[in-house]
Each structure stands twice: as C-alpha cells, then as structure tokens.
Design a protein around this ligand. Structure first.
Ligand SMILES: N[C@@H](CCC(=O)N[C@@H](CS)C(=O)NCC(=O)O)C(=O)O
Length: 129
C-alpha cells in the first residue's frame, strides 16, 4: 500500500505515526498540494493527503483510512475522543490557513470562531483538576 503525504500535514501524520507504531510498512510518497500538476490527481480527484492507495482504490479522509486499516476504535468513548481530536486538528488547519493569507484576505471572525472551538475542545480534552 502507498500512502501519499505532505511532510507538514497533521492529517497524514496520524496515519504515518500509527503505521510506525503498529509495524505496518507503508510506502510513503510526498506530493505537492494545491498543484494542478500533482500526480495524486491522476487517481484521487480530491488531491488531499493523506491518500492511501490500496490496489485500484484510493482512500481519502482519515477515519475511512483508519477503518480500512482496521484501526478505527470500536467503542464509543474512544470514537468520541478520536472525533474531538480530528475536529481539533481540522479547526487549527482552517485557522492556520487563514493566518497564511495576505492580511486583507483574512477573516477575523473565522479566526475568532476557530480559536474558540480550539480552546473549548482542548478544555474538554484536558479538564482542569
Ligand atoms: N478531512 C481530511 C483533511 C485532509 C486535509 O485537508 N489535508 C490537507 C493537508 S493538511 C490537504 O490535503 N490539503 C490540500 C488541499 O486543500 O487541496 C482528512 O481527514 O483526511
């Protein structure tokens, strides 16, 4: 199986870390993002990483890749924690993308929303004693 990644992607890192942890040898191929010339687009229209290629199938979205590899937790508490962690990363990614835009294209409203979501989620994941 081949895992298409970008070095800085926190989503790809979830699969990369788990694969190392669980001793699954995945061939990792780094691809450019948001590039119409990306080789990923030849078989995976979303062009996102991680993409797991298993034979003729190209899987995207971390939870589906986890399920495909048999690594999706079965119990509700673990699924709830995983969902919070994935949602946390998603919010930070949106926030980070906005911060990297030219100042006139940034949205303070969106940043405030994502900041609040991040703080809420972190508080819930790490309740104060
Ligand atoms: N919800 C997706 C998020 C994946 C994602 O957004 N990855 C980013 C890199 S961190 C990406 O591929 N961006 C490329 C783009 O937006 O075209 C997942 O669970 O895999």
């Amino acid at each position: 199986m081949i895992l298409y990644i970008s070095a800085g992607s926190p989503f790809a890192r979830i699969i990369r870390v788990l694969a190392r942890d669980r001793g699954l040898a995945l061939d990792e191929i780094e691809v450019p993002l948001r590039d119409p010339a990306s080789p990923l687009l030849e078989f995976s229209p979303p062009g996102r990483v991680p993409t797991l290629r298993d034979g003729d199938h190209a899987l995207v979205e971390v939870p589906l890749i986890l399920a495909h590899l048999g690594w999706l937790p079965a119990d509700a508490p673990a699924r709830a924690r995983l969902g919070q962690a994935l949602s946390l990363i998603e919010g930070i990614a949106v926030w980070n993308r906005d911060l990297r835009r030219p100042p006139e294209e940034r949205s303070e409203k969106m940043q405030a929303l994502e900041r609040a979501r991040t703080c809420r989620t972190l508080d819930a994941m790490n309740p104060a004693d």
